[in-house]
Structures are given as C-alpha cells and as structure tokens.
Ligand binder design. Sequence first.
Ligand code: GDP
Ligand code: MG
Length: 175
Amino acid sequence: GDYNQKIDYVFKVVLIGDSAVGKTQLLARFARNEFSFDSKATIGVEFQTKTLIIDNKTIKSQIWDTAGQERYRAVTSAYYRGAVGAILVYDMTKRQSFDHMVRWLEELRSHADQSIVIMLIGNKCDLGNLRAVPMEDAEEFAQRENLFFMETSALESTNVETCFLTILTEIYRIH
Ligand code: GDP
Ligand code: MG
C-alpha cells in the first residue's frame, strides 16, 4: 500500500493487447495479489498504483488498464500520454493474440515516447498443454523489436512480480 512516505518517482506503465489475454488479472495479481476468473468486477478502473523500493528509491508505479477498449485503434492517445513503460500482453494459448502484437506495437510506437521501455508477455503459461505460441517465436520477435520478454501466469503468480520489477527497474535505470 501507499503510506505516508516520500515518493521519489512516479512511473506510468500501460497494459495493452487483445481482449481476454489476462491484462486485468495480471494487474490484480501485481497490485493486490488477487485473481479472478470473472474480470467484470474490475472493469472501469483506469489504473492501479503500487509503491516499491528500487535501489533505495521509493517508486510509485501507476499501471493503466484498457478496461474494455481493446478494439483496434479504440485506445485513445490519452491512454499512452506520459507512459514510460508498456506491457504488451498476448495469451500463449491463442495464436491470434500473438500475431496482433505487431499492430499493438505499431500503435504504441506511434503514440508513445521514443524511450518507452517495452515488455512482451505471454500470459497463461499455466495452460502449457494448450500452448499455441512457441517460446522461440516470441523470443525472436522480442529480440528483433528490442523488447523484454517473459511468460507469466496471473493465475499461479508465475513471473508476475518479476515482470513488473524488471520493467520498473529498467525504467528507473534510464531516468
Ligand atoms: P483482459 O481482457 O486482457 O483484461 O483479460 P482478463 O484479465 O479479464 O482475463 C480474461 C480471462 O482469462 C479471465 O477469465 C481470467 O480469469 C483468465 N485469465 C487471466 N490470466 C490467466 C492466467 O494466467 N491463467 C489462466 N488459466 N487464466 C487466466
Ligand atoms: Mg481487462
């Protein structure tokens, strides 16, 4: 939670990607250590904050969630404004959600600052037996586009903390 402490930095990070890939649940897991199979409860929330200490600095992360605007080009430029980080999420059991990463990246790069730090996430890795996106495909894409890459599970908490810590640490490093 946020206590009565001095904040050294506020970093805005946006979540993007197709509907149903798990953006809202990744955020619920990171910000409140919660998970739900029914995301309707959290719709309408613009962003959530979580304060962490990195390198003895108090960093308030403000993580924005699209809250149902995921149709192509429906995310407004206000959403991207001031963002220093972006997490591109696909569902590793849905090939199409990975193929759409190209579009999301293009849209992100057309709105955001040049220096934005970008993390590619293949979510739902707890469903490994339904995998539709080989890890090598995602690694190759991430390498070519200069993105960090991880597979996560919001359900099982796999790599969720690591993902947010990694992107926030890199943002801190360059600011
Ligand atoms: P969003 O539309 O991208 O915000 O996706 P949601 O966070 O609403 O998640 C869509 C559905 O996928 C919900 O039923 C979630 O409970 C489920 N979900 C999200 N993350 C995971 C995960 O890591 N593993 C599994 N098995 N289901 C997940
Ligand atoms: Mg959502």
